[in-house]
Write a protein that binds this ligand. Sequence first.
Ligand SMILES: Nc1nc2c(ncn2[C@@H]2O[C@H](COP(=O)(O)OP(=O)(O)OP(=O)(O)O)[C@@H](O)[C@H]2O)c(=O)[nH]1
Ligand SMILES: [Mg+2]
Length: 349
Amino acid sequence: MTYEIALAGNPNVGKSTVFNALTGLKQHTGNWTGKTVELCTGVFEFNGNIFHITDLPGTYSMRSYSREESVSQKYLSENEPDCVIIVADSNVIERNLSYALEILAIQRQAVLCLNMNDEATRNGTVINTELLSKELGIPVLKTCAVKKSGLEKLKRTVLEICKKEPEVQNAPFTDSFPDNHALSALFLSKTSKEICEKCVSYRKNDERSGKLDRILTSKATGIPIMLALFALLFWITAVGANYPSEWLSAFFAFIKEKLYAFSDYVHAPGFVSGILIDGVYTTLSWVVSVMLPPMAIFFPMFSIIEDSGYLPRIAFNLDKFFSRCGANGKQSLSMCLVPDCRYLSLFCR
Ligand SMILES: Nc1nc2c(ncn2[C@@H]2O[C@H](COP(=O)(O)OP(=O)(O)OP(=O)(O)O)[C@@H](O)[C@H]2O)c(=O)[nH]1
Ligand SMILES: [Mg+2]
């Protein structure tokens, strides 16, 4: 049999990581919100069945207005997949449940995938999946997509759901909740809070990450820490890149001498050696020696910051400033990347 399934959920919860793990494809993933902006489809096989799976852009609500979020909204409202895998971040389950409830209002053929279970366990978040499953009326299971754990069970559950006849007719979204955005959001956030109170408990060590979060995002310390961190990143890149840059320049100059010697040896016409050695080779070697070292230092360091989960905190800190010029905090990522190759290269010479 062939089935259509979809991956939906809030941004940055690991939908594309689940997608890649299921399909073996290489959809773009990263630790900031808004990476997937279009529908992305793939195929996987399980127990002789073919699943066409669509990775949707992350969205916070069925009534979002940004372009990428409306792509998901439109897909879920207009299509009737055989199963929706609602991916949620186990660390912030309450916030994720609001959107899960909105999806369940129009699509009962669904499974809730509590992803990032590794981090939640480390942070002391304990989720009673059986109780949560009873509350929501759909299967709930835990996964850790980066380690590909829990995915076999997910595939089995998806197959069971796809084989089942829908119990109730899926209703259009507007019939299920008050049409007013603020009202429906309020209604759902109360509902999700109640469910979480019953099904989720937090052990002590969760407080540590809460404290860290307060320091990194508070008004007094959030921005100074961010500026200090980026100044340090910029300084290490600019100063550190000078050494490999000099070595590369010396190496390319050595090769250039050899190329001149070779061109004399074969009696190449002056204009040919001028074009090839003084033009093409000199320009290329200059670009490589100036641009490569800062990039080789900046991007690995930036990846470490990304993996630590600090980028969404930066987006949060800068959201107010960005919104004053009609943008939002998510765009701060592009701002962080501005001092990369071009600007750093100016400092490195
Ligand atoms: N620790 C941990 N990290 C995960 C897990 N699954 C995904 N990630 C990381 O979470 C980040 C976000 O993953 P994505 O798959 O890009 O998230 P997404 O939901 O597709 O995000 P959008 O496309 O922006 O909506 C990446 O850095 C992943 O490596 C997990 O189970 N555990
Ligand atoms: Mg994605």
